[in-house]
Design a protein around this ligand. Structure first.
Ligand SMILES: [Fe+2]
Length: 159
């Protein structure tokens, strides 16, 4: 049975915003997965604090993934799923579990910057459509990733 959606957001706008959110979902999933891996494999004198920092960050992203996917559903689109589908949608590279802690921190801080640009790139479509809910979600994601990037940079002694 087909039920049409009439929320004041036209179908084309909903599709555009959902496509952008799908890229954000894939990038977020990739950085979630890498951060969880680094939580396991990080080594060195700062192990305990980095192990905990990575857990805080991957837990935050794990919760956000569901919000992003469910926003795609509320817009009437299919939420992407599966490693191969995510890999095709995301530009985030897999991490190297053998690299040292500083390498992990530097790489993750850059990955969060990529996520920030991905989220910011969806904003114009959401704003043009008058999609306040997606705009608010994107604002929350920008806030979270800018904070994650700062904490990773600070752990390297940088601003
Ligand atoms: Fe753990």
């Amino acid at each position: 049975m087909s039920v049409s959606i009439d929320t004041g957001l036209d179908a084309r706008s909903r599709e555009d915003v959902a496509a952008g959110l799908s890229r954000l979902l894939a990038d977020t999933y990739a950085v979630y997965l890498k951060t969880h891996g680094y939580h396991w494999n990080v080594r060195g004198p700062n192990f305990a604090s980095l192990h905990a920092l990575f857990m805080d960050q991957y837990t935050e992203m794990w919760n956000a993934i569901d919000d992003v996917a469910e926003r795609i559903k509320a817009l009437g689109a299919t939420a992407p799923q599966g490693y191969r589908t995510f890999a095709n949608l995301s530009g985030i590279q897999d991490g190297d579990p053998e690299q040292d802690a500083e390498g992990m921190l530097a790489e993750l801080s850059k990955d969060h910057e990529t996520l920030i640009r991905t989220a910011r790139g969806v904003l114009p479509a959401a704003q043009a459509a008058g999609d306040e809910v997606t705009t608010s979600l994107l604002s929350d994601r920008l806030t979270a990733h800018e904070k994650h990037a700062w904490m990773l940079r600070a752990s390297l002694g940088a601003r």
